[in-house]
Design a protein around this ligand. Structure first.
Ligand code: ADP
Ligand code: ZN
Length: 680
C-alpha cells in the first residue's frame, strides 16, 4: 500500500485517500472480486485507476457512456496515465493508436463500451493483451429492475468467466435488490468483497424554501452564483423552456433540456454542459445519466422532486469534485397535491402506491424539518450523524411553536365541512370570512366558524402546508380539490399527541445568502486562475476540469504557492500536471514569469529531495573552481545531482558509483556533498 500512496500523490496529486478508497484499492490490487457502493462523487474511478498502475497487465474498464469514457481517458492522459478507449466514437487513427499501444504493452487502462463485448474478436483481443482485471463502472446497469438497464451489461459475466480474471464492480445505487442482482449477474452469485460507503456528501449545502414567486427565487439564487455551472430541475417540459429564457434574459448562459427534444439537440446540450464553464441547464429529470461533470457548483429544484431518493440523486450531481456546492429545493402546497395525484392516478398496484406515498412523505418530512436537514436525510438512509452545520436549518435554526391547538382547529374544520373542501375555503371558515360560498353552504353556523381569527390567513396557509407535509391531510383522489384527514392525524385530534410546527416558513423569507467559494480577498485571483484554465481548455478542446478541478484552483487562490515546490503540494497537482501547467498558473499567481527550472529539478518538485538538490547545486557553484577559486572548472549535471539527492550515497565510494561522478569530481565535491546528505 505504500506504493499506492506514492502513486496517489505523485501521479494523481492527492494528499490522501477519500473515505473507503484505501480499502477498495487494496482489495482490487490484491486481485479480489470486489463490489464497491459509493455515493456519486465519492471517488470510484480512482479505485480501479490506481490499482491499474500498480501491477502488470491491462485493466479493462466497462462503462456505459461513450462521451464520458472519452473525457475520462483525456483526463487520465493529462495526468500522465497510459489510457485508451475503444468506442464507436473513435476516429480510425485513434483506434489504430490504441491497438499499437496495446501491442507494445504500453497501455494500463483500456476503456470499452459494453456493446463491444458482443463481438467475438473482443474476447481474443482481451486474451492477447494480458487483461489483468475487469472494472465495471455503473454496475447497476446489469439490473433489469433499474431504470438504467443495459442489455449488453449481461455479457460481462461471461467475459469474466472466459478470461478468468478478477472483477471490480462500482455503483452509487445501494438498494438491496440491485446489489443482489449485481452479485448474481457479474459474480455468478458468489459474494465478492463488498464495500458500502456512507451516503454523506458533506460539501453539499442543503436548503429548502417555500415557493413565493418561484421564478424570482430561482433567478436570485442563480444571480448569487453567476458564472458557476448549475442545473435547475423543473416539473414540466414547458417550464424548462420559459425558465431558461428568463435566465438568459437575466444575462446567464442557459439552455433547456427535456425528453421531448430531438436526440441530437439533447446530446448537444450535454456536450456543451460538459465542456463549458458556467452554463446553466434547465431540465426535467431526463437530464441525469449522461452527466459526469465534477464541477457542477449548484443544483436548484424549481419544483418538488418525486421522492427522497430522487432528491438525493439529483442534488448529488453537484460538487463531485469535493469543493463546496449549493442546493435549493422549492416546494409548496401545489407540489404536494400534484405529487400525490401522480401517485394516485398511476397504474401501480395498491401496495406500490402506498410505498410511493411513504417515499414522498419522507421528502416532505425533510422539507418541513425542524432541525438539521442532513441529519434527517441520512437517518432515512440508516446513518446517524451530528447536526451538520451545512444546511439552512443549521445556519439559522427555525423558530418553533406548539401547533397542536391550531392543527386541531384545522382538522375540525375539515371534518365538520364533510372533508369536501380545499385550503382556501377551510381558511375562510377558520378566520370567519363571510364569503358567498360560506353563506351558501351555511358554514357560518358551524362551531368552528371564526375560531382561528387570532391568526392571519398567511399563517393558516403555512399551517395547512405543514399539515400536508406531515401527511395529516391528503388530497382526495376522488374529489378534485378536497382534503381528507389521514389516520396519522387522529391522535392529534383526540389530544393524544402534540405537534411542533415551524414559524419561520410563515414569514416572507429574506434574500438569498451569497456563499462565495473563496474569501473576497482571494476572489479576483480565483477568477484569473479560472480564465487561464478556460483558455487552456479551449485550446486543448477539453472540459475545463480536465486541466484542473475547481478544488485545485480554490486551493491555489488560498495558498498562493510562490514556487513550483509549493505548487506541487497543492491538491490535484501531480507530476505531469505540474510539468504541463505548473509554471503557467504560477505566473498567474505571482504575476511574474520565472525561467523554467531544469526538468530534473521539476521532477523532484515538492519533495525533500528537491531541496537537497538545491543545496548540492549551491555547493557545486561555490566549489566550481575549487575551495580557493583557482582550480579547473568542474561541474556535475542536474541529472547526476538529482540521482545523488535521491539515492543518498553514504560514502565516497558509493557516490562514485553514481553515473556522471568520476574521480576528479569526487575529489572536488564528495566530502561537501556527503555532509549535506548526512545533515538531513
Ligand atoms: P464517482 O464516485 O462519482 O465516480 P469520481 O471518481 O468521478 O467520482 O471522483 C470525483 C472527483 O473526486 C474527481 O474530480 C476526482 O478527481 C476526485 N477525487 C477522487 N479521489 C480523490 C482523492 N483521494 N483526493 C482528492 N480528490 C479525489
Ligand atoms: Zn444541518
Amino acid at each position: 500500500m505504500q506504493r499506492a500512496e506514492e502513486i496517489l500523490s505523485s501521479v494523481f496529486g492527492f494528499e490522501g485517500f477519500r473515505p473507503g478508497q484505501a480499502e477498495i484499492v487494496a482489495a482490487v490490487a490484491e486481485g479480489r472480486n470486489t463490489l464497491a457502493i459509493m455515493p456519486t462523487g465519492g471517488g470510484k474511478s480512482l479505485c480501479y485507476q490506481l490499482p491499474a498502475l500498480l501491477g502488470d497487465g491491462v485493466t479493462v474498464v466497462i462503462s456505459p457512456l461513450i462521451a464520458l469514457m472519452r473525457d475520462q481517458v483525456r483526463a487520465l492522459r493529462e495526468t500522465g496515465v497510459a489510457a485508451g478507449a475503444l468506442t464507436s466514437g473513435n476516429t480510425e487513427e485513434e483506434t489504430e493508436e490504441v491497438f499499437a499501444a496495446l501491442d507494445e504493452g504500453r497501455l494500463k487502462l483500456l476503456y470499452m463500451a459494453p456493446e463491444r463485448l458482443a463481438s467475438g474478436a473482443t474476447l481474443s483481443l482481451l486474451r492477447r493483451i494480458g487483461t489483468a482485471r475487469i472494472a465495471v463502472d455503473e454496475a447497476h446497469c446489469v439490473s433489469q429492475w433499474g431504470h438504467d438497464f443495459r442489455p449488453d451489461y449481461l455479457r460481462i459475466g461471461d467475459l469474466r468467466r472466459a478470461l478468468d480474471v478478477p472483477l471490480a464492480a462500482f455503483t452509487a445505487t445501494a438498494d438491496e435488490e440491485t446489489r443482489a442482482e449485481i452479485v448474481t449477474r457479474l459474480f455468478d452469485g458468489e459474494t465478492p468483497a463488498t464495500f458500502l460507503r456512507g451516503f454523506d456528501r458533506p460539501n453539499i449545502h442543503l436548503a429548502f424554501s417555500v415557493k413565493d414567486q418561484p421564478r424570482r427565487q430561482i433567478l436570485s439564487f442563480a444571480a448569487a452564483r453567476k458564472g458557476q455551472s448549475g442545473i435547475v430541475y423543473c416539473g414540466t417540459r414547458a417550464k424548462t423552456e420559459t425558465l431558461a429564457q428568463a435566465l438568459r434574459e437575466a444575462g446567464h448562459p442557459a439552455c433547456h433540456y427535456h425528453g421531448g427534444m430531438e436526440a441530437d439537440d439533447r446530446r448537444e446540450v450535454e456536450a456543451r454542459f460538459q465542456r463549458e464553464d458556467g452554463l446553466i441547464v434547465v431540465a426535467t429529470v431526463a437530464f441525469g445519466m449522461g452527466i459526469d461533470k465534477p464541477d457542477i457548483r449548484w443544483v436548484a429544484h424549481a419544483d418538488l422532486p418525486k421522492s427522497i431518493e430522487a432528491y438525493y440523486q439529483e442534488i448529488g450531481r453537484a460538487g463531485r469534485d469535493g469543493a463546496p456546492a449549493e442546493t435549493l429545493t422549492l416546494y409548496g402546497p401545489d407540489d404536494i397535491r400534484l405529487r400525490r395525484a401522480q401517485i394516485d392516478e398511476g397504474i401501480a398496484p395498491a401496495d406500490r402506491k402506498a410505498a410511493d406515498h411513504a417515499r414522498l412523505n419522507a421528502l416532505l418530512g425533510l422539507a418541513e424539518a425542524t432541525c438539521c436537514r442532513r441529519r434527517r436525510l441520512l437517518s432515512y438512509f440508516g446513518e446517524e450523524t451530528e447536526p451538520c452545520g451545512a444546511c439552512d436549518l443549521c445556519d439559522a435554526p427555525p423558530e418553533l411553536f406548539d401547533g397542536t391547538e391550531a392543527v386541531r382547529k384545522a382538522l375540525s374544520a375539515v371534518l365538520r365541512t364533510g372533508e369536501s373542501f380545499g385550503t382556501m375555503h377551510l381558511i375562510d371558515v377558520l378566520t370567519g370570512q363571510m364569503t358567498p360560498k360560506v353563506r351558501e353552504r351555511g358554514h357560518d353556523a358551524l362551531p368552528t366558524f371564526g375560531v382561528g381569527r387570532d391568526r392571519p390567513k398567511a399563517e393558516w396557509q403555512a399551517i395547512f402546508r405543514q399539515m400536508l407535509g406531515h401527511d395529516l391531510l391528503r388530497p382526495d383522489p376522488e374529489r378534485q380539490g378536497a382534503l381528507r384527514m389521514t389516520e396519522a392525524a387522529r391522535p392529534i385530534l383526540r389530544a393524544e399527541a402534540s405537534i411542533t410546527l415551524r414559524r419561520d416558513t410563515i414569514r416572507v423569507p429574506s434574500g438569498p445568502v451569497v456563499r462565495a467559494l473563496v474569501s473576497d480577498e482571494d476572489a479576483p485571483l480565483l477568477s484569473a486562475l479560472k480564465a487561464k484554465r478556460r483558455a487552456l481548455a479551449e485550446a486543448a478542446r477539453v472540459p475545463a476540469y480536465v486541466i484542473f478541478p475547481d478544488r485545485t484552483l480554490i486551493e491555489m487562490a488560498e495558498r498562493r504557492p510562490a514556487t513550483l515546490d509549493d505548487m506541487a503540494r497543492v491538491g490535484g497537482v501531480g507530476a505531469k500536471k505540474l510539468e504541463s501547467f505548473g509554471l503557467t498558473f504560477l505566473e498567474v499567481i505571482t504575476g511574474a514569469s520565472d525561467p523554467a527550472p531544469h526538468p530534473a529539478r521539476m521532477r523532484l518538485a515538492g519533495r525533500a529531495e528537491g531541496t537537497v538538490l538545491d543545496r548540492l547545486l549551491a555547493i557545486q557553484r561555490d566549489l566550481a573552481r575549487g575551495a580557493d577559486g583557482t582550480g579547473k572548472f568542474l561541474s556535475c549535471t542536474h541529472n547526476t545531482l538529482a540521482r545523488i539527492a535521491e539515492q543518498r550515497p553514504r560514502t565516497r565510494a558509493e557516490m562514485e558509483r553514481i553515473g556522471g561522478m568520476g574521480t576528479q569530481k569526487a575529489d572536488r565535491f564528495a566530502e561537501a556533498f556527503l555532509a549535506v546528505l548526512q545533515e538531513d
